[in-house]
Design a protein around this ligand. Structure first.
Ligand code: UD1
Ligand code: CA
Length: 488
């Protein structure tokens, strides 16, 4: 539902120098979504009529990300005048001139703040008919924050920045979170009066509180239920802390939705991932991007899935996979490397030490052991022998291998693409398949085996091998029996 009397201004123009990064701070990911994306998502939950993002540092990258995350957001460019006051002034200017509802101001680098806390702030603001309501927090260490200065009666008087504070003010443990609700009309009237006569030479948004109060308007501050909700991300230590907290909330949410998480501390689930009931996640599992996992599937341990789709009751063990689809009851790993474009149909298997890429493997088909399968189509019910390589690259271009249904290929084959293996065909162990194999045919191209008798005695006399061979012939044994091909 849209609240036509509500607008949100997201401050995202700051340089974020303490991140020491080529990437703008608000674009650093948290649970797979840029910091500012979390703030925009929270803003959206409030149903505002308008959202304005104020940008400046790395303007184009930040504006492009915001446009993708929230196409309807307005972008306001901050000029050379520094400070949160100037940022909000320009954000206000981007709103329709006749908008006189309430304005929520949030920072693009405070990702954990939730819509419920904001809705309560708006509620208090409206009930009190205030011109400004500040979200504060009680903290152990207030260093760096603006302090909430209250009068003898407990009412909010003003906010003083760390660098401008007296010793008495520095002792205050109630801090300004940088999140506010303002009555739009009051803000428009008083914001232009803010100066830059302070320790940082910036237009402080916080100065508007004192100005409103001096003008006889009602202002208030309300502490957040938990200080960590309003913790900003200014450096990588805080980024990791916020990521841990967000992950803990996401994991807990899925647990309550019916997912078994064996070890929450080592399980990382991105904000956009979705899981069905009775999914089981084993330790050290990472579900990234828009990964979806169907009911009853078991993932892990030691598995990373990026933008994957896992079917019901599938099992994925010790696997790295990206942009892949695994059908119902499919079995993947352990130690599989699944690259983009892999589609394993229901009941299929991609086994141990197998790498796949751009491979469509049909229902019930198996690539069980030690293989590379790329640019390949496999029909249904086929088995690819152990140690198979699809040679898809001729040094210039990539080519496809097409394997039909109910095919049995021998161990240690090379498929030199482009090549097609017909339905129901077989290939012998060690075959280098360069020509198409018709349906139902057996392809073999190994040279007949030649045994050079007594070669070891003649060429490696005195070795352990020669001695073992001598003993064997003395016993009249003919050596090891013929080995069969690998099968599971
Ligand atoms: C501000 C508050 C401080 C509060 C703290 C909470 C002011 C003057 N001070 O501190 O009371 O305790 O937030 O974190 O407001 N930004 C712009 N344009 C600018 C400057 C900042 O868009 O010119 C944005 C930043 O990108 C960031 C937010 O505003 O998202 C806060 O900026 P930051 O520099 O972290 O805040 P401080 O001024 O240190
Ligand atoms: Ca900050």
């Amino acid at each position: 539902m849209t609240d036509s009397r509500l607008a949100v201004i997201v401050l995202a123009a700051g340089a974020g120098t303490r991140m020491k990064s080529r990437t703008a701070k608000v674009l650093h990911p948290l649970a797979g979504v840029p910091l500012v994306g979390h703030v925009l998502a929270t803003a959206r939950e409030l149903g505002p009529a308008h959202v304005v993002a104020v940008v400046r540092h790395q303007r184009d990258a930040v504006a492009a990300a915001i446009a993708e995350l929230m196409p309807e957001a307005l972008i306001a460019d901050q000029d050379e005048v520094p400070g949160t006051g100037r940022a909000v002034e320009l954000g206000l200017a981007a709103l329709p001139g006749d908008f006189d509802g309430d304005i929520v101001v949030v920072s693009g680098d405070v990702p954990l703040l939730d819509a419920v806390t904001l809705a309560e702030l708006i509620e208090q603001h409206r009930t009190a008919a205030a011109s400004a309501t500040v979200l504060s927090a009680i903290v152990d260490d207030a260093t760096g924050y603006g302090r909430i200065v209250r009068g003898g009666d407990g009412s909010l008087e003003r906010i003083v920045e760390q660098k401008d504070a007296s010793d008495a003010e520095l002792a205050i443990t109630e801090i300004n979170s940088g999140t506010y609700v303002f009555a739009g009309a009051s803000l428009r009237t008083h914001l232009p009066a803010i100066g830059t006569d302070n320790a940082q030479g910036e237009k402080y948004l916080t100065d508007v509180i004192g100005l409103l109060r001096a003008a006889g308007q009602s202002v208030g501050a309300r502490p957040a239920p938990d200080a960590w909700l309003v913790e900003g991300v200014n450096d990588r230590v805080q980024l990791a802390r916020a990521a841990g907290r967000m992950n803990a909330m996401i994991v807990r949410g899925w647990q309550l939705a019916g997912v078994t998480v064996r070890d929450p501390a080592s399980t990382w689930i991105d904000a956009r991932a979705t899981l069905a009931e009775d999914v089981e996640l084993l330790p050290n599992t990472h579900l990234e991007g828009a990964t979806t996992v169907g009911a009853g599937a078991r993932i892990g341990p030691d598995t990373t899935l990026v933008d994957c789709e896992v079917g019901e009751d599938a099992v994925v063990t010790r696997t790295q996979a990206e942009l892949a689809v695994f059908g119902a009851r499919a079995n993947v790993g352990p130690w599989a490397y699944i690259r983009p474009g892999t589609e394993l149909a229901e009941d299929g298997k991609i086994g141990t030490f197998v790498e796949t890429k751009n491979a469509r493997i049909g229902a019930g088909s198996k690539v069980p052991h030690l293989s590379y399968v790329g640019d390949t189509t496999v029909g249904e019910g086929s088995n690819i022998g152990a140690g198979t390589i699809t040679a898809n690259y001729d040094g210039v271009a990539k080519h496809r291998t097409s394997v039909g249904s109910h095919v049995r290929t021998g161990s240690h084959n090379v498929f030199v693409a482009p090549v097609t293996i017909g339905d129901g065909a077989y290939t012998g162990a060690g075959t280098v398949v360069r020509k198409d194999v018709p349906p139902g045919a057996l392809a073999v191209n190994q040279a007949p085996q030649r045994n050079v008798e007594r070669w070891v005695a003649a060429n490696r006399p005195g070795t352990a091998a020669a001695e073992a061979a001598a003993r064997a012939s003395a016993e009249g044994s003919g050596g090891a029996p013929d080995g069969a091909g690998a099968a599971d």
